[in-house]
Write a protein that binds this ligand. Structure first.
Ligand SMILES: [Zn+2]
Length: 53
C-alpha cells in the first residue's frame, strides 16, 4: 500500500520513553544500531533505538 507510510519510534534506552519519530527509509537503516540523542526526560544524551511496534 503506497498510502501507508511506515514510521518508527525512536526510544530512549534509559527511560524507555519515545522521544522521536522518523519515517523509515533506507538511509536511516543504520539508525537501528542506536543513536546518541538528547532525551528531554533524562536531560542528557542517551542511547536511542528504534522502538518496536
Ligand atoms: Zn530518557
Amino acid at each position: 500500500m503506497a498510502t501507508k507510510k511506515p514510521f518508527v519510534k525512536i526510544q530512549c534506552q534509559e527511560c524507555k520513553r519515545v522521544n522521536y519519530f522518523t519515517h523509515k527509509s533506507k538511509k536511516m537503516a543504520e539508525e537501528k544500531l542506536g543513536l546518541n540523542k538528547f532525551c528531554k526526560w533524562c536531560r542528557r544524551h542517551t542511547l536511542h533505538k528504534e522502538g518496536k511496534k
